[in-house]
Design a protein around this ligand. Structure first.
Ligand SMILES: Cc1cc2nc3c(=O)[nH]c(=O)nc-3n(C[C@H](O)[C@H](O)[C@H](O)COP(=O)(O)O)c2cc1C
Length: 160
């Protein structure tokens, strides 16, 4: 069964709530989901999954240092993640506080790895964002993100 790894950083629980909703979306689509804090993950774990979804709070307009550290360490597998499906989500403290730039910064790293990132023409276009404690609608968006990644993996088929 195809597997999606959901890695996130969270200090006060907002991003973690989002990660749980993303996990729900992956699982309800029939794929296996592994959700863990980024500090408990190793870059090697990125190799054995079909999808990678990363989430972070916004810290000074970008991702948390722990997420950046994992991405920087993933350079040892540069080229080996090509063709995997990816997505990003982020939490912020205020509207306009950089939550979208955080998602885009994480998305850039996925694209540099050669991964496939699908946009959303209806909801959060770049990846799911939320401000403060995620609202029911933000959680629905997170669930949809997990479903979208799962759907794309199924469409691509067992290519890895
Ligand atoms: C060091 C630090 C920097 C932050 N910088 C920003 C920021 O630039 N923009 C913003 O909107 N929120 C900022 N915040 C607020 C967090 O992004 C926000 O509270 C988020 O929901 C926390 O996620 P968590 O509950 O998963 O830890 C910052 C918080 C901390 C601790």
């Amino acid at each position: 069964m195809a597997t999606v790894l959901i890695l996130y950083h969270s200090r006060s629980g907002n991003t973690e709530e989002m990660a749980k909703a993303v996990e729900e979306g992956v699982k309800s689509s029939g794929l296996k989901a592994i959700r863990k804090k980024v500090t408990r993950a190793t870059p090697k774990e990125l190799l054995s999954v079909e999808g990678i979804i990363i989430g972070s709070p916004t810290y000074y307009g970008t991702m948390a240092a722990d997420m950046k550290a994992l991405l920087d360490r993933s350079v040892q597998y540069h080229g080996k993640l090509e063709g995997k499906v990816g997505a990003a989500f982020a939490s912020g403290g205020v509207l306009g506080g950089g939550v979208e730039t955080t998602v885009l910064d994480m998305t850039k790293a996925l694209l540099i790895h050669g991964m496939i990132v699908q946009g959303d023409p209806w909801g959060s276009h770049y990846g799911t964002v939320s401000v403060g404690k995620p609202s029911p609608s933000a959680k629905r968006e997170c669930k949809k993100l997990g479903e979208r990644v799962a759907r794309l993996i199924k469409r691509l088929g067992p290519t890895f």
